[in-house]
Design a protein around this ligand. Sequence first.
Ligand code: CA
Length: 636
Amino acid sequence: MYAEYSSEEFEKKYTYHGKDLGAIWSPEKTDFRLWAPTAQNVQICFYHSGTAGENDLIRRLSMTPDQQGTWIATAEGDLNGIYYNYLVDVNGSTVEACDPYAVAVGVNGNRAMVCNLKSTDPEGWEQDRPPVISDNYTDYVIYELHVRDLSSLASSGITNRGKFLGLAETGTSLKSGEPTGLSHIKELGVTHIHLLPVFDYGSVDEAHPGKEYNWGYDPVNFNVPEGSYSTDPFDGFTRVREMKQMVHTLHQNGLGVILDVVYNHVYHTFEFSMNQIVPGYFSRENGDGVLSNGSCCGNDTASERAMVRKYIVDSVNYWADEYNVDGFRFDLVGLLDVETIQQIISTVREKHPHVMFYGEGWNLTTQVTKPDTALAVQQNAWMLPEFAFFNDTIRDTIRGSVFDYHLPGYVSDGWVSKEHLLRCFQGRMDWSCKPNQIVNYVSCHDNHTLHDRIAEALPQAKEEELARRSRLAAAFTLLSTGIPFFQAGEEMLRTKKSSTGKYVGNSYRSCDRINGIKWNRLKEAEVKKTVRYYQGLLRLRKKHSLFRMADADQVSRCITLMKDTPEELAVFKLQNEFETILVAFNPSTHPVPFSLPEGKWQVFVERDRADDSVLYEISGEAEIAAISAFVAILMK
Ligand code: CA
């Protein structure tokens, strides 16, 4: 029934290209422009507060139809901090909707707020610069974090628990001295913090944020920070100011910020503002009124429609421009079309050439509304050379399948051919063109943590063995070609155990006790060792460009599988004109003797130790310890 939205005729008549949608504030007046091509009448309602249901209307202002289906109005005077909604007559009814282009909102995102954005800039914002810049994504290391998890538990020692500002606190530690929060992350050696959704989502009541927990994959207002992470969700300025403060502090501490953006669906299909204002326009349906649901969240975004595409492109640009964000992770990007992603990358890169892009390119069933729409799935990676995709092959190979979580992976004693391991280590997938397109990982927020996944496969294994197997997985992932990525706390053997002792595989709405980072575990011996191991691996990766190659041909030339090595071992040789590195993996439960090639070797990784400085020198016979990685570099 909404097929006409995707027709050429509709798009020709109603595609608006201007940059002034939303409320543009100045001290003298505020200009409003709304795209509502099928509306019969539109008014703006101004309110004192941002709380829906409050009977505090200031006045109404009629809008005038203007070009390409837009409506305009100007309100005289300084409206900074005034809340507003649109009252739209459409299809025979009158709806009150938030502004899809709102940049600030009241509690729970029900009313938009006119905002002088400049007034939300933290001190020093004009000097804010991207902290990490490289031509190659392979130089980056990504740490995936939920804002609230970092500081929800008291052991974090963080004051602003569960808030944006909690991530901006430095110098926090356990009473025994181990750094927590931002200070811990800084010492780890990652380059970017990837934040789970921080746009305004709907599943947590901002008025009582302690009551519920959610990952936040349920978008309400795409261009506004989530209120439950602010210290005052009722005040429209606070969340904006505090999120900027967080970004600025992370930048000052040398860390880039990546946002997890969820444009593929919305929280409530018909309550989403654009779907209220232009009924059903934002979402795909099959022509018979049945919504497409490849997202499994009730609806799929019709990114192929001109004004949806513009909305997404504008939104990503807004976060890059206004919040100085350094990258974007696209949730279920396989539901969005290639053209939209191409436009996002080219427009953002004009102003911010360092910004990185990646996403989940899974192939899902969705009902696109225009013929010949190419979707941003792994198989179409060649159309998106500057876009990286999560590498599910290395994930399932090393840790084991996400679908049958009792099956062992390579690090839990599963058999994998050495040729397949080589392809994983080289970051060479059938669908990828270059290592910059490969995000290597063995844990993220979805499914079990790495520790728990190994424990599911090996229920008899003791903690010490689980720790060794986790470190082996880390060595493989962090030294492989591509972009290393891991879930916050993986380096602390993160576990999500329920009160009945079960490992929780999908904790999207579990409590803080399950999801929160358990900083007091930093006192445990195996956790300490593992944190140091990750730090050492990342320093080693940073120091040697052979681990960070970005050219696919160079990788094929420089990384080879050593033949005639013991059956238990996979040994890779990394060699260029400057150095020769041996990387060996032994997932077996016994030590394996290994004859080193001729020459004297310096060892950097062995047993539970990893470093960028030499642990010891060796030649001739080496022994690769049970369940461990081994890295040695040939002395000149
Ligand atoms: Ca919210």
